[in-house]
Design a protein around this ligand. Sequence first.
Ligand code: NAD
Length: 379
Amino acid sequence: MSHKLRMGMVGGGPGAFIGPVHKMAAELDGKIELVAGAFSQSAERSRVAGEGFGIDPTRAYASYIEMLETESNRDDRIDFVVIATPNYLHLPVAEAALAAGIAVMSDKPATAAYDEVLKLQAVVAKAGIPYGLTHTYAGYSMVREARSLCASGKLGPIRKIAVEYLQGWLSQAIESTGQKQAAWRSDPALNGPGGCIGDIGTHAFHLAEYVTGLRVTSLNAALRSVVPGRKLDDDCNALLRFDNGASGVLMASQVAAGERNGLRLRIYGENGSIEWHQEDPNRLSVKWQDGPEEIRHAAGSYLSRDALAVTRLPGGHPEGYIEAFAVLYREFAEGLIAWREGNANPLPATLPGIAAGVRGMRFVERAIESSKTESWVEF
Ligand code: NAD
């Protein structure tokens, strides 16, 4: 490749949360550059965002359809599209990009609902074009260390998994005040049927399966809407069973007042256990049944190859959310370049893709069903 990969963004307009994070992360390793976007459903706001991002004004489009049509006819067309919009647009934008022969990096959840993700899975398979999904937490080096430790068997058979994702920012009805991120997340038409379970429950679910390599086979979930008048769940508890017989507990809440981004994973094997917190991501606690507790630090020379492969800085220089995001972008960029060079299946197993998207949306659909019927359901 003689040029940086050219990225076109959908979403990320003025005041958006994750779009600007995608730009920072995608550009961190010098392999990608944001050159185009349909940043908002308003042409004017898209223009303003494009100006803020410093792109060529003619490449800030009024809609993603216009972006795909116009870019397809340029010699220096975009190489891939990043989707950073409310969930209901994930399927149509991904479908349109893939139909235009353009690769996709989508934010989670893969789609708004389970039937949609099955459709998208078929489209991705038929197109044979790279599709990545930004389950950000998969990009942390200490998550890769935890994954590698589980795969090594040193913890012994995994018996119990406890994953929690606790936030407090929706503990009041801020959607009725016009708060942008809360407004669409509380509207089933824009968000999909899973509120908190879809927004952050899917991250917790993905992390549990990603790190352990196990798969949930059945679950019993209770979803509630705590804040009066809210149409979607904002608090969720689920019991899980995994395919090796392990049990699990998943808690996700957006009404846990005082919590910020409290994602925490604990995994217990026969010989020992591990614990990782997203708010303190450069440390992994490893506790042995017959030995002392270890604190493993990011960038330690003793870490697994997988952890060191995604480490940029020497120990003691903290890496965080943007760097974790950037790890996924680096893997995606390398895969996209390999695909261009003829590798039909270039994305590494460490990068979440459509299979993770299907698992996540199945989790949401099963959790809603279980909660409705107040019973265990098969996955
Ligand atoms: P947001 O409301 O802050 O931003 C959404 C943006 O999409 C806005 O700028 C809006 O104008 C734009 N948009 C809406 N309709 C559009 C259209 N038709 N064309 C172009 N742009 C349009 O929301 P957010 O919090 O940034 O979330 C966006 C997505 O990112 C969601 O799917 C969410 O689940 C996901 N997300 C992922 C993470 C993560 O850690 N991976 C974190 C936050 C959000």
